[in-house]
Every structure is written in structure tokens, then in C-alpha cells.
Design a protein around this ligand. Structure first.
Ligand SMILES: Nc1nc2c(ncn2[C@@H]2O[C@H](COP(=O)(O)OP(=O)(O)O)[C@@H](O)[C@H]2O)c(=O)[nH]1
Ligand SMILES: [Mg+2]
Length: 455
């Protein structure tokens, strides 16, 4: 999507980092590469000029050597970040909220309605869609198909031509949902017909957020459109669709940032999951190839099956946490990749703070533990405490799984540790998976982990 720009930025940073001297020739060549890439990504020419100039200025500054290089790299990073919005802005979604989508024909409202409904329902909200596009004959069908295919709830009326009446028809039922996503009709242009219709709907439905859906392929024209919609309808922000299918994404992102319209989401494909909360910082990290912590964390929260966690939380409340539950927990960690990765993903918790040896061979251990758990009786799995009390059980499990007794002891230790941890994590919000932990909690857990887990 931002491939070329990403490549160019990365190339520029590498060039600076590996250069012996920061001289005029180097800066000229970097600025040239950058300009080409930015213009290709449809970034406004005056922004391109501004970035070029600040890099030239930084190069002329009095700081020497390495410091100067770092200075330029950081500047480049900061400039690009500023260009696409700086801080992440989030919708505050609590039960009882309504989001209304609007935009011109074909901007992606209907498909984004389904993506949003899916996004929030995966995060634990009881979500539904309301189809109020009464102009296009196939609009209700499209929403219905999306709902069926993705196991979502859609309220539609294929015969009614008055959107207000459709809303009134379902008003009561909608109250059963945490979040209602309203899909509306578009027009070819923002004409008075569309303005009147949206105003009327807004008055009736009183949405908490009105989001303008803009396709990335309009590039810099996003600015005019966002401004017009803002003036006429007081939108809360923007969703940019089709970021995958055009080179003009840079134009759309930067142009929106020039208006007061915040970008809340971007969509990146036709699949239901191709939507992400827009986070400028992680977006930059990604296009610079630095990895993307936030996106990974979001993934974690999804691989951890919400129902399963709730079930386990319930069991925990009753004081039950079996070896099978423990294994499920380990597996959910395994789903995201290596244990090292998981630790690296937690902000402020680099590997350095974790005792040496703890991370090494973690996956090997998991394999071993799987065998050990398979060698346990049901009684032992349900209450692992009995194993520790009888050495003969440990010996038997070790033999049955082809492991050393120390392996089995290590497993028991880790089991009780996780049990403690889960018990102490009282504010843990299962719908958010790992993200449900506060940073403080995570650090506390890691400390505990580090102290107790010299295996
Ligand atoms: N490649 C790609 N296509 C998209 C994306 N979002 C929407 N579309 C496509 O854009 C077209 C118009 O979308 P639709 O939701 O019907 O727009 P609406 O008229 O505003 O309701 C459809 O073919 C969608 O599949 C996206 O993020 N990536
Ligand atoms: Mg539509």
C-alpha cells in the first residue's frame, strides 16, 4: 500500500546511517529520492518541499558526526509522523453507542459497516448494523449478504423507501445492542439531497459518531471532500478505505490531516478483517519496516478466544484452574509466535529486564510440557496440586512422557505461577486479551515471572 514510500524512507535512513560523512552530495541524493517517493504517494507538493527543506537545514546544523545522523533520521521520522496525524485518536465505544457512516457512492460505506461490526463484536461488543440505504435497490441485499456470511446482525427492510420509517421500525430492537452501525445512502456529489437526508437521520437517530467514508484513490481530493462534509454535517472523523488498491493513499492520509478531520480507521482489502484502527506511529513504524507493536497486540487480543477466557475466568473465580486450562493459556501465547516475540511486544519491557535463560528454549519447554500433560490422569489434570505431594506421581509422569523429573517440576511451578498471576489480575478484561492488562500489571507480572521462573 505504502510500499514504495516505505522503501524510499528506509533507503534514505539506511543511506544516512551508513554514510561516513554527512555532506551535501549525500543530502542531495537523499532529498531527491524522498521527493520522488512522496510525490508518487500523492503527497502535497508543498509538504514535500517543507520536508526537504527541514532535512537540508538539519544537515547544515552544527551538530557533528553520529549525532547529526541520528538527528536527521529522527527528523525525517517525526516529519512523516506529523504529516499523517501524530497521535492516535480513538472512538470511545461503550454500550449504547451509535456510529453512522456517510459518504459518496461507492466510497465503501456498506462494506465498512460490516468490517466495523465485525471489529467491535470480536472485541466483545454486541453489535448490529442498520441498513438505511433506500436509494440503491441492491443495498439491503448487500448488507444482508455481508451479515449472513460473517455471522453478524443486520436490520434491513427491502421494501420501505423511507429511512426514518426503517429506523422507527427497529428502534426498540436496537436498544438490545451495545453498538449500532448505521449504513446510509450515498450520492454522486455532496448535494442538498444528501445533506438534508443525513441531517434528518441525524436528528432522529442521534448518533454518537458520524464518520465520513473516503476512498484512498481520491488522493489529495480527500481534503476538499472532508472539508465540505465537515461544514455541512459536522462529522466526527474519517475512515479511509481501499488503502490497498491505490498508490494515492499518502495523498488521502496527509490531506485529511490538513483538515480538522481525524482518521479513525483505514481499510486495506475486501476481506472482513481488513480494517485497522489508524495509528500514525505504528503506521510509520510499519512503512519503515520497524515492526508494528500495536497491530501485533491487536492480533493477540483476537487469537485469545474470548469465550474460552471468560469460561476460564469463571472457573478461576470458583478456585478451579486445571492443567488443561494452563495448556490452553500457553497455546494462546504460542499462536502469536514465539515467547520472545510476546515479551518484545509488551511496551517498556525489553528482553533486558527478563532474566537470562528464561526465554531460551521456551518453545522446547512447551513441547515437553505437552507430553507431560498428556501423561497425567484426569484427576491430576484437574487438581495438579496432588502431583507435588506425591513424588511417585512425578516419576510416573516423567517416565510416561520421556522427560526428566525436573521437567515435570518446572511445569508444575509454571502452572502455579500462572494460576497466581491470573488470580491477581482482577481488573483483567478478557474481551481485550493481553491488551486487557494495564502496562503496570504487565510489568508487575513480568517481575514476578522473572523472579520465580528460573527454570
Ligand atoms: N480493495 C478494497 N476494496 C474495498 C475496500 N473497501 C471497500 N471496497 C470495495 O469498494 C466497493 C464499494 O464498496 P461499498 O461498501 O459497496 O460502497 P458504498 O457504496 O459506499 O456502500 C466494493 O466493491 C467494495 O468491495 C478496501 O479496503 N479495499
Ligand atoms: Mg452501500
Amino acid at each position: 500500500m505504502f510500499g514504495k514510500l516505505g522503501e524510499a524512507l528506509k533507503k534514505a535512513t539506511d543511506k544516512i546511517a551508513s554514510a561516513l560523512f554527512v555532506n551535501k552530495a549525500l543530502i542531495d541524493s537523499i532529498v531527491k529520492d524522498l521527493q520522488r517517493a512522496l510525490i508518487e504517494a500523492d503527497v502535497n507538493i508543498s509538504l514535500v518541499k517543507e520536508i526537504s527543506e527541514s532535512i537540508r537545514k538539519a544537515a547544515e546544523s552544527r551538530v557533528q558526526g553520529v549525532e547529526k545522523k541520528e538527528h536527521i533520521i529522527k527528523l525525517l521520522h517525526d516529519k512523516i509522523l506529523e504529516m499523517i496525524g501524530g497521535e492516535k485518536k480513538e472512538l470511545e465505544i461503550k454500550p449504547g453507542k451509535k456510529i453512522m457512516l456517510l459518504g459518496l457512492y461507492g466510497s465503501g460505506k456498506t462494506s465498512t459497516s460490516a468490517k466495523l461490526a465485525n471489529y467491535y463484536s470480536k472485541r466483545g461488543f454486541k453489535t448490529c448494523m442498520l441498513g438505511l440505504d433506500v436509494h440503491r435497490p441492491a443495498a439491503a441485499d448487500q448488507l444482508e449478504q455481508l451479515a449472513i456470511k460473517n455471522n453478524l446482525q443486520a436490520f434491513i427492510d427491502k421494501k420501505e423507501k423511507n429511512p426514518i420509517k426503517i429506523y422507527e421500525k427497529y428502534e426498540k430492537q436496537l436498544k438490545d445492542y451495545d453498538l449500532v452501525i448505521v449504513d446510509t445512502a450515498g450520492r454522486h456529489t455532496l448535494d442538498s439531497g444528501l445533506i438534508d437526508e443525513i441531517k434528518l437521520l441525524g436528528k432522529k437517530i442521534k448518533p454518537d459518531y458520524i464518520l465520513l467514508v473516503l476512498p484512498a484513490d481520491i488522493g489529495q481530493a480527500a481534503k476538499t471532500q472532508a472539508e465540505q462534509f465537515q461544514q455541512a454535517l459536522n462529522i466526527s472523523g474519517v475512515i479511509i478505505t481501499r488503502m490497498d488498491s491505490t498508490a494515492k493513499g499518502g495523498g488521502a492520509l496527509t490531506a485529511c490531516n490538513e483538515t480538522r478531520a481525524s482518521i479513525f480507521f483505514i481499510t486495506t482489502g475486501e476481506h472482513i478483517q481488513d480494517i485497522e484502527a489508524f495509528n500514525p506511529k505504528s503506521f510509520i513504524s510499519r512503512i519503515l519496516g520497524l515492526g508494528d507493536l500495536q497491530a501485533l497486540l491487536e492480533k493477540v487480543s483476537l487469537v485469545v478466544d474470548k469465550d474460552k477466557i471468560e469460561e476460564q475466568q469463571e472457573k478461576l473465580k470458583q478456585g478451579k484452574f486445571t492443567m488443561d486450562d494452563f495448556y490452553e493459556q500457553l497455546k494462546s501465547i504460542d499462536n502469536i509466535g514465539t515467547f520472545d516475540k510476546l515479551m518484545e511486544m509488551i511496551p517498556g519491557l525489553g528482553k533486558a529486564k527478563i532474566p537470562e535463560g528464561m526465554l531460551q528454549g521456551q518453545e522446547e519447554k512447551m513441547k515437553k510440557w505437552k507430553f507431560a500433560i498428556q501423561s497425567m490422569t484426569k484427576e491430576e489434570k484437574d487438581s495438579p496440586e496432588i502431583i507435588e505431594k506425591q513424588t511417585s506421581r512425578i516419576a510416573r509422569i516423567a517416565k510416561g512422557s520421556g522427560l526428566a523429573t525436573s521437567d515435570v517440576r518446572a511445569l508444575l511451578k509454571q502452572y502455579s505461577l500462572l494460576k497466581d498471576m491470573l488470580k491477581s489480575g482482577q481488573d483483567f478484561d478478557p474481551s481485550k486479551g493481553m491488551q486487557g492488562f494495564s502496562q503496570k500489571q504487565l510489568q508487575k507480572m513480568a517481575k514476578k515471572f522473572g523472579k520465580k521462573m528460573r527454570l
